[in-house]
Design a protein around this ligand. Structure first.
Ligand code: FAD
Ligand code: DLZ
Ligand code: SF4
Length: 514
């Protein structure tokens, strides 16, 4: 093919503005590959695999409709070597392009594979910067340079200034404050009646057909993975994703801030947007999502606190954790500040095996929906993993496999940094450790639980409350150095020796039952 270029599009790169799709020439070929290795490097939730494969197939169809040549390798193609490197090598051998162009991937592991090909392949392979983020890796590195602490809040303010999102004509933050969290985050205990409906979207005949085929394929190919394909309720095209976004903006955004940290039994989605998978695989653009929220605020349809809180999650947290990941990998993944090594309990795979109602609810929604909202991931499941000292590698693998929106660049800093404090405090100044009292305040889970959130010893002791104090005792030496834990550590120091023994013994019983 002489001067042609082979252009790679991975499963989380389904955007028209993808760098490797720019400057397409008529004899270029786009390579898209369904490969088993990507479904099994951790055994992903079937809904996540279905989402990605169905979205890939429809994205390829859109490219072909524009007259673009696409080499699309299906999972059950007999010639499929079942790995990215195998398929890129095979395509190079068969198509003989002058060069290969890829876009910076979302995981270190894949970057390593691409670099290996770059060294070994006969044709040049170019890896282009992924421009679908609001902040580039270089921008983050420059910001982080020479800083003792990389606090999200300061990074976020720079991004607000840069983009002009929620800024006044005088370059001041809208309303005078940068952050309105003080007005957000109320508990929600009014029951299910006032929760908004699931944001449905129109399913086309094309999507229905693709989904039917892909669901069967995934069920057959990955039969033993945690979670079920149904009920599959994710959009798999840009049009569907835009409808989900639209419905969030009109139906949920106004109460998003208020109930951002609230948890209700059976409230699997609350007032959350559900757009993370779509932004992460490229169907939605992060800036377009932020602008849709800002527009609603400017039209008087959403309060400032909710809008700012939502935009901060994307413009702030999402961009910031990506910066952290690429700035600190691959060393980042090796960290284990508390030396946590306890194996993952069986109930992480089957929630009916625990009596802790909060864990049942949060792992249950994860299994059914490949989704849990932030505070369930952080303050219930993650908090438990932190308090119980669960193995950092096992926990991070679990998070990477169970959520439809999970890719390592975003999953790892959230799990290792935010939830487990395994990085010793890059993201937060203290561990997000909390007892059953916090869960009892923010949810109605405890009312239906056989444990009592206020008890840390005795027959009704709540495992969260027992393990909270045991965690403080176990890690007293390192935690005593953290100024933000001063009051708690003072309580630990003044605790009667008999009480300490009682907590330790209760904790041992909790561990035995895991
Ligand atoms: P909403 O609550 O509606 O938030 C809006 C958007 O903000 C999200 O769609 C997402 O794009 C962004 N966002 C919010 N919080 C974060 C955050 N902490 N980091 C990055 N982006 C954020 N998010 C992922 O996208 N993939 C993951 O693999 C992932 N793993 C997580 C693991 C743990 C232990 C924790 C505590 C959080 C994790 N998050 C992850 C962040 C967050 O929980 C999800 O983005 C969110 O729950 C997705 O649901 P939503 O789209 O309804 O979000
Ligand atoms: C997660 C995933 C899965 C399950 N399958 C595929 C696939 O068959 N083909 C593909 O291109 N991408 C897949 N992905 C997404 C990739 O794992 C993702 O692109 C890399 O992890 C880099 O972020
Ligand atoms: Fe969870 Fe403890 Fe409340 Fe039970 S009592 S739901 S274990 S926090």
């Amino acid at each position: 093919m002489g001067m042609s270029t082979l252009r790679i599009v991975l499963g989380d790169q389904l955007s028209d503005n993808l760098p490797s799709l720019q400057g397409l020439q008529p004899n270029d070929t786009v390579l898209m590959m369904e490969v088993k290795a990507e479904g099994t490097y951790v055994p992903h939730h079937p809904q996540k695999i279905v989402l990605i494969l169905a979205a890939m197939r429809q994205f390829a169809t859109r490219l072909r409709e524009r007259g673009i040549m696409v080499r699309y390798v299906k999972l059950d193609d007999p010639a499929n070597t079942q790995s990215f490197t195998g398929e890129i090598t095979r395509a190079v051998e068969e198509l003989k392009p002058a060069k290969v162009v890829a876009t910076w991937p979302g995981e270190w592991r894949v970057l390593e594979d691409l670099r290996k090909l770059q060294r070994e392949s006969a044709v040049p392979l170019e890896i282009l910067e992924d421009t679908r983020f609001i902040a580039s890796r270089a921008e983050f590195a420059a910001w982080a340079e020479g800083r003792k602490q990389m606090r999200m809040e300061f990074f976020y303010r720079e991004q607000r200034r840069k983009t002009g999102l929620l800024m006044t004509a005088k370059s001041e933050p809208e309303g005078g404050e940068w952050n309105y969290d003080a007005e957000n985050r109320e508990p929600f205990k009014d029951g299910l009646m006032s929760l908004p409906p699931y944001p449905v979207f129109e399913e086309t005949a094309e999507t229905a057909g693709v989904l039917r085929e892909v669901k069967d394929l995934v069920t057959q190919t990955f039969p033993s993975h945690f979670g079920e394909v149904e009920p599959f309720r994710w959009a798999t095209t840009r049009e569907g994703a835009l409808q989900v976004l639209e419905r969030f903006i009109t139906e949920r955004l106004p109460l998003f801030g208020k109930y951002q940290d609230a948890m209700v039994s059976g409230g699997d989605y609350m007032f959350h947007s559900l757009v993370a998978p779509y932004i992460n695989i490229g169907l939605l653009d992060p800036m377009e999502v932020c602008m849709a929220a800002e527009k609603a605020y400017r039209a008087g349809k959403a309060p400032l606190a909710a809008t700012e809180g939502f935009i901060r999650q994307i413009l702030g947290w999402r961009e910031y954790v990506r910066g952290i990941y690429w700035h600190l990998m691959p060393e980042y993944k090796q960290r284990n500040f508390f030396n946590a090594k306890r194996p993952l309990p069986a109930f992480f795979w089957d929630e009916t095996k625990t009596d802790m109602r909060c864990m049942r609810e949060c792992i249950g929604t994860t299994r059914r929906n490949a989704y849990a909202h932030h505070i369930q991931r952080l303050m219930v499941i993650g908090n438990f993993a932190l308090l119980a000292g669960l193995d950092v590698g096992e926990v991070t693998d679990w998070y990477l496999m169970v959520y439809a929106d999970a890719f390592e660049w975003v999953e790892l800093p959230n799990t290792m940094g935010m939830a487990l404090f395994a990085d010793g405090g890059m993201l937060g100044s203290k561990p997000y450790a909390a007892s059953g009292r916090y869960i009892s305040k923010m949810s109605n889970y405890c009312s239906g639980c056989r444990y009592e959130p206020t008890e840390s010893v005795g027959p009704k002791a709540c495992p969260f409350s027992t393990l909270y104090w045991d965690f403080m005792l176990r890690n007293e030496a390192v935690l005593a150095k953290n100024p933000r834990l001063g009051p708690i550590m003072a309580q630990v120091r003044s605790m009667a020796p008999a009480r300490k023994v009682e907590i330790r013994e209760t904790a041992e019983r909790v561990f035995e039952q895991l």
